[in-house]
Design a protein around this ligand. Structure first.
Ligand code: RB5
Length: 153
């Protein structure tokens, strides 16, 4: 599948490896930057990757910053994005199986490269289970719709 990938300076180095791992898993990753280790602002890349996923230009997104937290907060501001910070494989699997996460956020200063590779692999292997979880996702997305309607007034 097409995967939009972005990072800030903290995730810049590991992003190159994430792109390789995704290709090896049979995906089509696209690099949304950043393109150097120079200090930059993570919301820029969270917005770009979030838009690519929300508009269907990519099926999933991967974002990397120091902790994954800022990236997830920013990406979740984009309508239709369910970004999950995953620092371990259990959360990675469950964020797909239960929460239908469409963006994976990683912490380059939290996890080792080996751990990140494993988190990525587990996240892409896991499928949304639907059923009772679909009802909860619908409820979650209804909050977003209602908030946007209120903001548009
Ligand atoms: C950058 O120093 C750092 O704040 C950023 O990478 C990220 O961890 C924010 O959540």
């Amino acid at each position: 599948m097409k995967v939009a990938v972005g990072s800030d300076h903290a995730g810049f180095e590991i992003k190159a490896r994430v792109l390789e791992w995704l290709e090896r898993l049979g995906h089509e990753p696209e690099d949304f930057g950043t393109h150097s280790a120079e200090s930059c602002d993570y919301p820029v890349f969270a917005e770009a990757v979030g838009h690519a996923v929300a508009r269907g230009e990519a099926q999933r997104g991967v974002l990397i910053c120091g902790t994954g937290i800022g990236m997830s907060m920013a990406a979740n501001k984009v309508h239709g994005i369910r970004a999950a910070v995953c620092h371990g494989i259990e959360a990675a699997e469950l964020s797909r199986r239960h929460n239908d996460a469409n963006v994976l956020c990683l912490g380059a200063r939290i996890n080792t490269p080996g751990e990140i590779e494993s988190i990525v692999r587990h996240w892409f292997d896991a499928e949304f289970e639907g059923g009772r979880h679909a009802r909860r996702i619908a409820r979650m997305m209804a909050i977003e719709e209602a908030e946007c309607a209120t903001a548009g007034r």
